[in-house]
Design a protein around this ligand. Structure first.
Ligand SMILES: [Zn+2]
Ligand SMILES: [Zn+2]
Length: 346
């Protein structure tokens, strides 16, 4: 029994060291954090391969298919996806996506805590302080995640419902294949998302912490990093053909990875649905009336709309993906809302 306990502790320590980015370079903290975050992105790829292999071997493998690692890798990386024209455009954008990922991670772990400390300094403590310890750490994590979840939903809802912002967000929806390496996002859309999540999420999370008398602690921030790293691995499956569900009951509370491919559906019934993010609450989608629970075995047709596939895809080159939205967004200024259906059809 003692041996089992020691083994579990050793595995836990290894997982901790492996998953949490190390940024404590005393000489160059920025470089240290950037490299740590980049390493974390690479680790999420390892996570996709390890978890994906497990899911394939034990859940997705059809009867008669051999129990083989090579078979699993072939399933995880089908040639049809990685030779698709749409994938090549995404690949060219990859290095920039890594940079944005670093900024997001930095803001999420420290933003809410910084806001709470600022409020405390300027307005003093509230009368009902939660004593430092387990509860304070738990509430810090919950409020930070909640703030980020709400702020992200607001960014995403705006990106779909307001024509001007949709033109920039559309770049995330124009890929016609999904892959976990990183689905492209236009830099303007990325900037708006970072602003919402870091500033909006920080204000909401930090505000909640302050109002409830929860003091930010380094331990809370560390747990945030840990949970963030695990969520990051799971979120890698959102943009993949490997479906991960938390089970029918939990799926209705916490947004599971397999809801997201339907957010990328080109058909009218899938468009503007499932705005949430893996690990966040489906509550926001339920309140907005935008939750789409897929049928078992259902597969979406991927793309911005049925009229913008193949040769009609407005982002069929990297240059068009980068430049196009500026002109398209400018053209929307006179329009008031994004038409859900193309002009000429009803
Ligand atoms: Zn979207
Ligand atoms: Zn997506």
């Amino acid at each position: 029994m003692d041996q089992l306990h020691d083994m579990l502790v050793a595995v836990g320590q290894w997982a901790w060291e492996y998953l949490v980015p190390h940024s404590e370079s005393t000489h160059q903290p920025f470089l240290g954090f950037a490299l740590g975050s980049m390493g974390n992105v690479l680790k999420s790829y390892v996570g996709f391969i390890v978890l994906g292999t497990f899911i394939y071997l034990f859940f997705l493998r059809r009867k008669g298919e051999p129990f083989s690692l090579l078979g699993a890798l072939k399933h995880l990386f089908p040639e049809s996806i990685y030779t698709h024209r749409s994938f090549k455009v995404g690949l060219a954008w990859l290095p920039f996506s890594w940079v944005a990922n670093f900024v997001l991670f930095a803001g999420l772990t420290i933003g809410a805590g910084a806001v709470q400390v600022w409020l405390l300094r300027h307005y003093g403590a509230v009368a009902w302080a939660v004593p430092a310890g387990g509860w304070a750490v738990l509430l810090q994590v919950v409020f930070t995640l909640l703030g980020a979840d709400i702020a992200r939903f607001a960014w995403h809802y705006q990106g779909h419902k307001v024509a001007f912002f949709w033109e920039f967000h559309k770049g995330h929806h124009s890929p016609e294949v999904l892959h976990p390496i990183f689905i492209r996002t236009h830099p303007v859309d990325m900037f708006i998302r970072l602003l919402y999540m870091n500033a909006g999420g920080g204000l909401l999370g930090g505000g909640l912490m302050y109002l409830c008398g929860v003091e930010a602690s380094a331990t809370g921030a560390l747990y945030m990093t840990y949970i963030g790293a695990i969520l990051h691995v799971l979120q890698g499956f959102e943009h993949s053909h490997v479906p991960i569900s938390f089970g029918r009951a939990l799926d209705k509370i916490f947004y599971p990875p397999h809801f997201h491919p339907f957010h990328h559906g080109a058909q009218l019934k899938h468009r503007d649905k499932n705005f949430g993010i893996t690990g966040g609450l489906t509550l926001w989608d339920q309140l907005a009336g935008t939750l789409y629970i897929p049928e078992p075995g259902e597969k979406p047709i991927l793309g911005a709309s049925m009229e913008e596939l193949g040769d009609n895809n407005p982002h069929r080159t990297l240059w068009r993906f980068l430049k196009g939205p500026f002109f398209a967004a400018a053209a929307t200024i006179r329009r008031t809302d994004r038409p859900l259906q193309p002009s000429g059809t009803s």
